[in-house]
Design a protein around this ligand. Structure first.
Ligand code: MD3
Ligand code: FE
Length: 211
């Protein structure tokens, strides 16, 4: 359990009300190994969305429920629409990490039942949106960044306008809830890291309680 954490006392920053960054909170190599197992069964794929376009980011899931979309709607599903099978179960170290991070940010009793895994390649971005397909907004969302860094943007309760920008690095964990839970947010277009040009992708894992 302890080997999961890269810092004995990670620094916690509240970069926006009720939105906490735990910088360099976790060692990501073991997490990446788990992701590699998951994508053998449920590979990364872009999904059609109700606006008629595919997601720019490729995604998969693990856990009881997975976030999916099609031409009709966004929803959580127990079945991977690509292979017709249940999602891979959430690895124990994923669940432990999510609960530990939520606690570190002051959220008790987090019970994630869904784990969305996003893959960003250079040139992709995630437009401003709210996460509102979950049934219970009293629970936080926990996100873990792996690989290439990216700038995330928080707009508050409007889709656009003035944003707080923050560069998320490998091993950073973000926890948000309460007043920040429905804030608009996005990820700016990923670019090559000139100091680490062989790093070509960012993976982001988000833990939610969907039901
Ligand atoms: C909450 N993912 O999958 S997570 C998503 O890095 C998603 O892949 C992003 O948004 C990713 O739905 C961001 C971290 C994050 C960033 C900004 C936020 C969570 C936020 C701003 C407000 C509330
Ligand atoms: Fe989101």
């Amino acid at each position: 359990m302890l080997d999961l954490f890269s810092n004995s006392r990670p620094d916690k920053q509240e970069i926006y009300p009720d939105l906490f960054v735990l910088a360099n909170f976790v060692k990501t190599a073991p997490l990446l190994k788990e992701v590699e197992q998951i994508i053998e069964v449920s590979p990364f794929r872009k999904m059609m969305t109700p606006n008629g376009h595919y997601t720019g980011v490729a995604l998969t899931n693990c856990g009881e429920y997975g976030w999916t979309s099609d031409r009709k709607e966004y929803r959580y599903s127990k079945i991977d629409p690509l292979n017709g099978r249940p999602w891979q179960s959430m690895p124990d170290r994923f669940k432990a990490l999510a609960i530990e991070a939520a606690l570190a940010a002051g959220f008790e009793n987090f019970e994630p039942d869904a784990c969305l895994i996003n893959q960003y390649l250079i040139g992709t971005k995630l437009g401003s949106h709210q996460d509102k397909n979950e049934k219970d907004f009293s629970q936080p969302i926990v996100s873990v960044s792996i690989g290439l860094s990216a700038v995330f943007q928080i707009f508050g309760n409007q889709r656009a306008g003035k944003a707080v920008n923050y560069r998320l690095q490998d091993g950073d964990v973000v926890v948000w809830g309460k007043s920040a839970r429905l804030n608009y947010h996005g990820i700016r277009t990923l670019t090559v890291d000139k100091l680490n040009p062989t790093c070509q992708q960012r993976i982001n894992i988000t833990f939610r309680k969907s039901h």
